[in-house]
Design a protein around this ligand. Structure first.
Ligand code: FPP
Length: 613
């Protein structure tokens, strides 16, 4: 069997360098028939379900193939569970959740009764892959069971990338660990992600018939609307001029996305050959989609075998040469319970993030020692309406300008190293505004979340507010951004949306009452920290500085618990006119405040030596 994991590093290297198993490459799984069978099953499934991907994996040295088959088969198994229309959506979601939970239980044991998970846990342990990186992609499969609608390409892109990037990330880690880093330079990241958009779109076009048969249409309304009638025709599985034009438009886009010459610049020729071949196969697949015509709505089109052979034959020769240039390091088998060799140091998370663009004036933040900076600034962004009124514009234009100020101030917070910024974006009282204005604010939020202007910055997004009253697609987007940014450690940006302070306190009191009624808490002993622990965002730190723009001097039901000892800062300027320099000014002002927290200044200095708060 050519692709079961080899026993030791040296034979594996020989095996890898030659692209086929050497005679000494006796597989470690020889004494574990279940594991051998598990890897064999993954290989067979990849071959049957995705012949093109299987052919690509064949371009990789044999020692790396089992890991790639396992990853591929696991992604497919999970997708199939979520897609299996013989079960209702809730049941499918539950099956996906159970699969994920079992995986986490099995990971430390190194084994699973499910063959695909067995191969996956072995691969993860052997290559020291952090499967928690898949958490968001897996949760997304669970969410997909409820059906998907994409208003525009931005939403579609977010969905596709959140699903594909983590799996491709693990494949890259396998290459890295084998000594063939596929590190992407920051300037090729967008290229890489767009390439994956092309992979996703080609896949959706290929599987159009199957998706339509299930009532799914995984294309954004923005694209369908360009070809009026196409959505209705597709739903009826009717080939029409509108559908033909839509398909031609989409194959054109996908071709453009998968044609990324810059992607492999400077890359090791091994993975570069795989990526070039992948692009060539995707082009062949898109040609087949174009050539299919009405048949596209009945079955998945496939390129002719000779077309694939024309791409693959020279690729095999190039790949064999390319991989022979570098000896590979293949990890020895991992025995659960043994610590294994230390993982190579991961780059500091911040190194993968961009710096925010500088302020147009070139002004730099003031030099405030980190110990003197407030940890948490909360902002009441007031004055959008007046800003618009002063210009004879509708109020929603003020909010639009306000969204620009939000980006600016977030950039300023990153520039200066602020840890927590919390913005009062939509209050529980704001529902009483004119419905048009409410729609405009929620629409702006939707747009900002879909566009994701902070995606390359070290910003973790959190949502604080009532669940259940926001439009579900907006709540989904908020959850998605929360999930995809939760490992970031720079600035925590909390958006208070459908937030009210009294509502927060009331819900906290209800949670405490519930706990007391259940016998977990004695009401007579409830202390402040019990209350704090039951707040909806229990780990949010106290606010050090509460800043309100727009000239009013009120706190307006904003974070009553957290602002108990906050310094207050009121400025006359309207929020849309605010930029990062106003934030820096607010921070400078804060450093001159004497904070006592109710103690005398001397006692306060004793409590926090060196800093008079
Ligand atoms: C208060 O100004 C502001 C709001 C109620 C909404 C805040 C929303 C934004 C800043 C834009 C959305 C943000 C993002 C991140 C997309 P006001 O309308 O009460 O102003 P006024 O007091 O002058 O009438």
């Amino acid at each position: 069997m050519s692709d079961v994991p080899p026993a030791t590093t040296a034979p594996a290297e020989r095996e890898a360098a030659s692209g086929s198993p050497g005679p000494a490459g006796r597989p470690v799984t020889g004494d574990d028939p279940a594991l051998r069978a598990a890897y064999r099953l993954c290989r067979r499934r990849t071959k049957d379900q995705d012949p093109a991907e299987y052919a690509l994996i064949q371009l990789v040295p044999a020692a790396l193939r089992p890991a790639l088959h396992a990853l591929w088969a696991a992604a497919n198994a999970l997708d199939d569970l979520g897609d299996d229309r013989t079960a209702p959506a809730a049941e499918r979601a539950a099956r996906v959740a159970a699969w994920i939970a079992a995986l986490h239980r099995e990971l430390p044991t190194g084994a699973s009764p499910d063959p695909v998970r067995h191969a996956l846990v072995d691969t993860a342990n052997r290559w020291r892959l952090d499967l928690s990186e898949l958490r968001d992609a897996m949760t997304q499969v669970q969410d997909d069971t409820r059906g998907r609608h994409f208003a525009d390409w931005a939403q579609w892109r977010t969905w596709g990338r959140d699903n594909l990037l983590p799996w491709f990330g693990l494949v890259r880690t396998v290459f890295d660990r084998a000594g063939v880093p596929v590190a992407l330079r920051l300037d090729t990241r967008e290229t890489y992600e767009e390439f994956l958009d092309g992979v996703r779109l080609t896949d959706i076009l290929t599987d159009l018939a199957a998706d339509l048969a299930q009532g799914d249409l995984l294309l954004p309304a923005e694209a369908l609307d360009l070809h009026p009638g196409s959505a209705a025709d597709l739903a009826q599985r009717r080939w029409s001029p509108a559908v033909a034009a839509l398909i031609a438009h989409l194959t054109g886009l996908a071709r453009q996305w998968v044609t990324q010459e810059a992607l492999t610049r400077g890359m090791h020729p091994g993975p570069a050959t795989v990526l070039h071949t992948m692009a060539a196969l995707l082009h062949a697949q898109l040609d087949a989609v174009d050539a299919a015509g009405p048949a596209l709505l009945n079955s998945p089109p496939r390129p002719a075998l000779r077309t694939r052979a024309r791409v693959l034959a020279p690729a095999r020769a190039r790949a064999a040469l390319a991989w022979s240039l570098t000896p590979l390091t293949v990890p020895p088998p991992h025995h659960p319970g043994s610590p294994g060799p230390p993982a190579p140091a991961r780059p500091a998370p911040t190194s993968t993030f961009r710096r925010p663009p500088p302020h147009p004036s070139g002004e730099q933040p003031p030099a405030i020692p980190p110990g003197r900076l407030p940890a948490h600034v909360a902002v009441i962004m007031d004055g959008n309406g007046r800003w618009a009124q002063q210009r004879g514009l509708p109020r929603h234009e003020g909010h639009r300008a306000g969204a620009g100020a939000v980006r600016e101030v977030v950039h300023g917070a990153l520039d200066i190293g602020l840890r927590h910024l919390t913005l009062y974006t939509f209050s529980t009282e704001n529902w009483h505004r004119d419905p048009e204005e409410v729609d405009a604010i929620l629409g702006l939020l939707r747009g900002e979340l879909a566009e994701d202007p902070f995606r390359d910055l070290d910003v973790r997004l959190r949502w604080h507010g009532r669940a259940g009253r926001l439009p579900p697609d907006l709540a989904d987007l908020l959850h998605l951004r929360e999930r995809t940014t939760r490992a970031r450690t720079g600035l925590t940006l909390t958006m208070c949306i459908d937030y009210g302070g009294r509502d927060e306190l009331t819900r906290t009191a209800a949670a405490l009452a519930g706990r007391a009624r259940a016998g977990h808490l004695d009401p007579a002993l409830i202390a402040e920290d019990d209350f704090a622990r039951h707040l909806p965002l229990a780990d949010m730190p106290d606010v050090d500085l509460l800043w309100r723009t727009g000239g009013e001097q009120r706190v307006s039901n904003f974070l009553p618990w957290h602002t108990a000892y906050a310094e207050l800062h009121f400025t006359p300027g309207l929020w849309p006119d605010t930029d990062r320099r106003d934030l820096w000014q607010a921070l400078t002002t804060y450093t001159h405040r004497q904070r006592h927290h109710g103690a005398t200044p001397a006692a306060a200095a004793q409590l926090t030596p060196g800093v008079t708060k």
